[in-house]
Design a protein around this ligand. Structure first.
Ligand code: UTP
Length: 294
């Protein structure tokens, strides 16, 4: 049982981003923008809105781009100030409600290993993990929903959403025992089950609250699916000694970790932007006509 509240979050951003090559050859995929913001900024904003006080970003290559993005940009701010571009000035200011720290994952050995790299920063308290592959739009921020769950159960809780049958092999999937509201008790967490073998359609969506005991298992965790040290495998071991719940969060989830989802999200977020909605709709009607003919 934990009395402490969740104050710290890990954002792993050290993967190779192979699905976006060559764009990610010299730049982390978390810096790819949806309309005008890098995906990692959406994630940092969700953490801030959820009440997180300290964030540690696990970086690999392209570390500087991420650090510079969240840093004070003196020359840029002066230039915007001089030209009276106050609205843009607000957009480039570094987040003030949170401290952002960095740690390097020397080799991309997998998500589980990336989380393990931040163990000293976390210490002995429950913490959050947010992945940039999923952006969630919700009335109550997705992470906040999980933090509210943690307040009630004082147990680890993993964010899940339903996916189509033919997509389960791309995700960590839960084998639920029973359901109370949106909360599931879980028999097993399975990383990327082979097609047709998934125990359910409930997929892990890149939002986690974990107790620090997870590090005991990450320390010894061997490589699993894809030759990577998998966080899901360590969560399953944690589940064998403590309760680990899954929570089907509210809100719309956007898959920005692969190309098609990234483009779909860009279009939808573009349509949500009042300045460009009308022009974008006109353009879409035009190209739909054009491509329907060919
Ligand atoms: P992904 O598997 O989606 O990221 O990992 P990837 O490996 O960079 O992408 P692809 O599959 O090659 O296109 C989920 C998250 O975990 C981070 C990634 O940066 C991403 O945010 N990650 C993954 C690490 O930080 N370190 C790793 O060793 C692996």
């Amino acid at each position: 049982m934990y009395v402490k509240t969740v104050r710290k979050a890990i954002i792993p951003a050290a993967g190779l981003g192979t699905r976006f090559l060559p764009a990610t050859k010299a730049m982390p995929k978390e810096m790819l923008p949806i309309v005008d913001k890098p995906t990692i900024q959406y994630i940092v904003e969700e953490a801030i809105e959820s009440g997180i006080e300290d964030i540690i970003i696990v970086t690999g290559k392209g570390k500087r781009a991420i650090e510079d993005h969240f840093d004070h940009a003196f020359e840029l701010e002066q230039a915007l100030l001089k030209s009276n571009k106050h609205d843009l000035l607000e957009k480039v200011k570094e987040p003030s409600k949170v401290d952002i720290h960095y740690i390097r994952q020397k080799e991309p050995k997998g998500l589980g290993h990336a989380v393990w790299c931040a163990r000293k920063f976390i210490g002995d308290e429950p913490f959050a993990v947010l992945l940039g592959d999923d952006i969630v739009q919700a009335e109550t921020p997705c992470l906040k929903q999980l933090m509210n769950e943690f307040e009630q159960t004082r147990s680890s809780v993993i964010g899940v959403k339903q996916v189509a049958d033919d997509e389960t092999h791309r995700y960590g999937i839960i084998d639920p025992i029973d359901k109370k509201g949106r909360r599931y008790q879980v028999r097993q967490f399975v990383e990327k089950p082979a097609p047709g073998t998934a125990p359910s359609n409930l997929a892990i969506m890149g939002r986690y609250i974990l107790t620090p005991e997870i590090f005991l298992f990450l320390e010894k965790q061997e490589a699993g699916t894809g030759g990577e040290i998998q966080l899901t495998d360590a969560i399953q071991k944690l589940n064998e000694i403590q309760r680990v719940f899954a929570y089907e969060f509210e809100g719309k989830r956007y898959d920005v970790g692969e190309k098609l989802g990234f483009i779909q999200t860009t279009i939808e977020f573009g349509l949500q932007n009042e300045e460009m909605r009308e022009e974008l709709l006109k353009f879409m009607e035009e190209i739909i006509r054009q491509y329907a003919k060919s």
